[in-house]
Write a protein that binds this ligand. Structure first.
Ligand code: ZN
Length: 191
């Protein structure tokens, strides 16, 4: 008979398996002395061969087998964890590289920014100076326009004078002639 597993198991303070049969009694570890299973260790109800026997019986190596399965089950998760760790390390180194690149780009941008700020400042200064010059030129232009107007006026006056000059000369000639004529008349009239 392969035995019943109607039992509860727990772990003692020493880490050993403690099995309790259906009677609620701790099953001691025993060694088989039967021909088929000589030396094979087992747990069984202490009430074996009595009326109180609950039917609990289990070979120790079947329990070891289940323990082995547990430890085998742990193997993949361990390998998986190592794979995860190496993945994370790879990602971490990649992130560090990206971070270094970003820091370099940031430093470059800061330099470009400060350069453009100084260029911008100079440009603003030049614009201010140009605006000031434009204001000055506008003022000069107004003055020149005034002067131009005055000169045009003067020129037109002079032109007028030179236009009337021959007439005036003519009038003066006539007056002089008449004066001379009058003088001659006076000379002739003298006795
Ligand atoms: Zn029992």
């Amino acid at each position: 008979m392969e035995g019943s597993t109607a039992a509860t198991s727990s772990r003692s303070s020493h880490g050993e398996s403690e099995l309790f049969c259906g009677c609620g009694i701790k099953s001691p570890l025993r060694v088989s002395k039967s021909e088929q299973n000589w030396g094979r260790r087992f747990y069984g109800c202490v009430n074996y061969k009595t009326k109180l026997y609950c039917g609990f019986f289990v070979w120790e190596d079947t329990l070891i087998g289940s323990k082995g399965t547990e430890s085998i089950d742990l193997q993949p998760s361990h390998a998986e964890l190592q794979r995860t760790i190496s993945d994370l390390q790879r990602i971490n180194s990649e992130l560090q590289r990206t971070n270094a690149e970003l820091q370099r780009t940031n430093a470059e941008l800061q330099r470009t920014n400060s350069e453009s700020q100084s260029t911008n400042y100079q440009f603003c200064k030049q614009v201010d100076e140009m605006e000031r010059r434009i204001e000055g030129l506008k003022f000069n232009n107004k003055e020149l326009q005034e002067q131009n107007k005055m000169l045009k006026l003067t020129i037109s006056r002079r032109n007028g004078f030179f236009c009337h000059l021959p007439i005036m000369v003519g009038i003066l000639c006539v007056v002089y002639y008449l004066y001379q004529v009058q003088k001659n008349v006076k000379c002739l009239s003298l006795p």
